[in-house]
Design a protein around this ligand. Structure first.
Ligand code: MN3
Length: 199
């Protein structure tokens, strides 16, 4: 599974690479301001504490268990965004391939059924949050709607793919039309990354 450092990671493509589905202006705000703020907030929260040398993954678990909202939210949002950028690719989209294609077929019946269920989950999630595809201990794929900063990591599940459906993810490009953003996701979803995340 992906390990995230306590720093703003470089994007895996240039900021204009996903235009027009996600524009450079959205990256300027979503990556350059929102994600950067989570990183800066987290660094300030753990500075001079025993968590300063902990992994981001461990900080998420500590924040969650101790019900420390600021710590959990900033650590999880940093992790989620770092993961999310990798879920997208200018060479993405089309049909899933390899093992992920097999598991989607096994657990959802067909790619079309999976796509419909994931899209509905993303569109219907009320307020801010993330639509996740995760893998359970027993290896099954699950679609999980999760509010705010929540992540499958605190449920002991392996993140495979995610889609950010906070308004800041799409409001510049699509205003209130979250469905259009979700439709665009399928044209840039990174199946190679999903395959690498499988257990
Ligand atoms: Mn976001």
């Amino acid at each position: 599974m992906m390990k995230i450092d306590l720093a703003l990671p470089a994007l895996p493509y240039i900021k204009s690479a996903l235009t027009p589905i996600i524009t450079e202006e959205t990256f300027d705000y979503h990556y350059g301001k929102h994600h950067a703020a989570y990183v800066n907030n987290l660094a300030a929260l753990v500075k001079d504490s025993p968590l300063a040398t902990a992994s981001v993954e461990d900080i998420i678990q500590v924040g969650f268990k101790e019900n420390n909202a600021a710590l959990f939210n900033n650590a999880a949002q940093h992790w989620n965004h770092s993961f999310f950028w990798n879920c997208l690719s200018p060479n993405g989209g089309k049909m899933p391939n390899g093992k992920i294609a097999e598991l989607i077929h096994r657990d959802f019946g067909s790619f079309e059924k999976f796509k419909e269920q994931f899209s509905t989950t993303a569109v219907k999630l009320f307020g801010s949050g993330w639509a996740w595809l995760a893998q359970t201990d027993s290896g099954n794929l699950e679609i999980l709607p999760m509010k705010d900063a929540h992540t499958p990591l605190t449920e002991g599940k392996t993140p495979i793919l995610t889609l950010d459906v906070w308004e800041h993810a799409y409001y510049i490009d699509y205003r209130n039309a979250r469905l259009k953003f979700v439709e665009g996701f399928w044209e840039i979803v990174n199946w190679d990354f999903a395959n690498r995340n499988l257990k």
